[in-house]
Design a protein around this ligand. Structure first.
Ligand SMILES: CC(C)(COP(=O)(O)OP(=O)(O)OC[C@H]1O[C@@H](n2cnc3c(N)ncnc32)[C@H](O)[C@@H]1OP(=O)(O)O)[C@@H](O)C(=O)NCCC(=O)NCCS
Length: 192
């Protein structure tokens, strides 16, 4: 068991080193680690900063076409997805459970003619680019906890210390120190 743990630590360290060599836009602060198998894509204008002692769980996918900042001591669990075309800031001490999606853009145009053009051009048209979809920055405050399989969509600010209940879809701002849940997520409890 202990042997397995050491192998994992070693693999994560090697993988983190490999990713730093691969992407000039990746900045890893001390003791931060990227889990082995995490998929990271950083575009020409992209940047990804991972704060001190933070950990990105294996199998997570992060696409930084623009700027993503992750504060210190933040944990992103397995199989989450972060897609950035504008700006995403995740604070310090944030816990993101497994299977969470955070997208600051719609991915595709809402207008069906534009989407059909993408199909007609066999998905090679410029319109497929996130740049062509609506986008707004996301800010996730310090000490927030996001429950498993939740979705955080464009333009959302989540206040410090708040909790997003499992399976929520967050489309509106969340005040500090509250629990929100549901689709669309609404305040279900105030935290003292
Ligand atoms: C629906 C979607 C495309 C947004 O379309 P849009 O035209 O930009 O819509 P807006 O952001 O202006 O939102 C319109 C209303 O719908 C609500 N809304 C948007 N997405 C919602 C969702 N997923 N669940 C519930 N409500 C939602 C908004 O809060 C807003 O309500 P309000 O006026 O009361 O504030 C986007 O929110 C979405 O769900 N994207 C998912 C993309 C995806 O699944 N990509 C995967 C890869 S293909």
């Amino acid at each position: 068991m202990r042997f397995k743990k050491h192998i994992k630590i070693l693999l994560d360290a090697l993988y983190t080193y490999y990713m730093c060599k691969k992407f000039s836009g990746l900045q890893i602060q001390s003791e931060a680690k990227i889990g082995f198998g995490t998929k990271i894509f950083i575009g020409n204008k992209g940047r990804l900063v991972i704060g001190q002692s933070s950990y990105i769980g294996a199998d997570t996918t992060i696409c930084a076409n623009s700027h993503i900042e992750i504060g210190k001591n933040t944990l992103i669990n397995k199989s989450s997805r972060i897609g950035c075309a504008e700006f995403i800031r995740i604070g310090r001490g944030v816990m993101i459970a497994h299977g969470v999606s955070i997208y600051d853009n719609n991915n595709h145009p809402v207008n069906f003619e534009s989407r059909y053009k993408i199909a007609e051009h066999r998905y090679t048209s410029d319109l497929i680019s996130w740049e062509k979809s609506k986008k707004k920055p996301i800010e996730i405050g310090d000490y927030v906890w996001i429950g498993m399989h939740s979705i955080i969509l464009k333009g959302v600010n989540i206040g410090r210390g708040s909790i997003v209940a499992a399976g929520s879809v967050v489309v509106h701002n969340v005040p500090e120190m509250t629990i929100v849940g549901g689709n669309p997520a609404q305040v279900v409890k105030y935290l003292s």
